[in-house]
Every structure is written in structure tokens, then in C-alpha cells.
Design a protein around this ligand. Sequence first.
Ligand code: SF4
Ligand code: SF4
Length: 224
Amino acid sequence: MIIAERKPLDEIKSMVEGFDKVLVIGCGTCVSVCLAGGSKEVSTLISELRLAFGNAKPEFGAETLKRQCDMEFLSELDVIANDYDAFLSMACGAGIQFLAERFPEKPVFPAVNTTSIGVNRDVGVYEENCRACGTCVLGVTGGICPVTTCAKGLFNGPCGGTNQTSCEINPDQPCAWYKIYERLEKQGRLDLITEITPANNWVNQTPRTTIQPGYEERAAALKE
Ligand code: SF4
Ligand code: SF4
């Protein structure tokens, strides 16, 4: 899931200062699970902002959509959008941008920082696992991501700094490539460690659109 954390109240307050009516919009998916931007967090943020502003404007409204990264759900705001002069979104960066695209005339502000793609390791403990690098190599690394777990993001490792089980940058941090070695050894696939994986072309450094196979015709028709 996508992991986010709420921005400090002062930062959020300064963004919405000067507006008359602000709609705070939560998202019912990832940011709800990590308790950063679901309906409860929308209510909490509005209470904090009301206290911070006292009797002064802005007035706040609340909505939580099922997903802000989906136009179908964003369209639910069409009927109330004109009642507000700014939006404060608690979705991840992708959702916030889709919201801004749907309502280009409306100032849209982020109430959260999107931090990573990861897993729920324990209650409230989120671990980064993927940086959407665009060239997934998990099949040859025993299912351990070298981009997020190796300090250098090496596709071929370990580097010369590996220190038994630790990474050279910090003795408390396990060497990702040592863990990959152990995992592959356990699976009887250790031969993979000597295979060279071509350098990533980092397609995630440029704007990307992914079209699922089977949807090409539909996507082409939308472009016309
Ligand atoms: S190799 Fe790339 S796509 Fe695969 S998990 Fe790591 S960052 Fe994500
Ligand atoms: S010591 Fe291991 S984890 Fe650290 S940078 Fe080198 S290969 Fe990556």
C-alpha cells in the first residue's frame, strides 16, 4: 500500500489561511489504513484547524471518497465543489494530483506527505518495500528488493563494503545482498547471484503512463 503521514498542523494552517471555505477531503483506501488520511483523520484535522483559527475563517467541510486516484469517485465532488474556494486533500500525492486535475480552477493543498510504498509489518509499523523503479528484479533476488533495502540500490551486489551480515553505512543495518544470498541459498538458486542484471534505465524518473494489456484500444480511442 501507499504510506503517508500527516503534515504538521502549522504547515497545513498556513496553506489554507485566507480562504473562506475549505473542503477537507479524505481517501478511504491506503491513507485510511495507515491512519494518515481517512475519515477519522479528516475529523481530527478539522477539529485541530478550528481550534487553531478560533472564530476566524476559513469554514471547513468534510468528505471522504472511496479513492481519490479514481475519477469515478472524484466525480462525487462535482455537486459540492462550487461551495468551496479551496480543497485540502488527505490522499497520497497521486490522489491529490488527480483531484487537482478534476478541479483545475480550485487551489488544492496536500495535508499529508506521501512517504513510500510498503507493507504493514505490525500495527502502526510500516516498512518501505518498493520504490516503483519500473524494472522489478524480485524474481532473481529471492523476493528481496535491492532498491529499497540496499543503501546503494544496487541491482548487482554485494558491494565491496559488505561486512559479514551488515551494510557498510551502519553496522545495525543488514546488508541487503547478504540477505539475498541467504534467501537464494535456501531456495537452491544461488547460481543467480553471479548473473549480471543490466543497469536499470530508471524509467520512473520520467513521467509515465501504464496501460494494462487488454486496454490498449480503449486508451487509444480516448486519445483521439
Ligand atoms: S525492484 Fe523495483 S519494482 Fe521491484 S520491488 Fe524493488 S523498487 Fe519495486
Ligand atoms: S554493504 Fe550491502 S546493503 Fe550496503 S551498500 Fe553494499 S551491497 Fe548494499
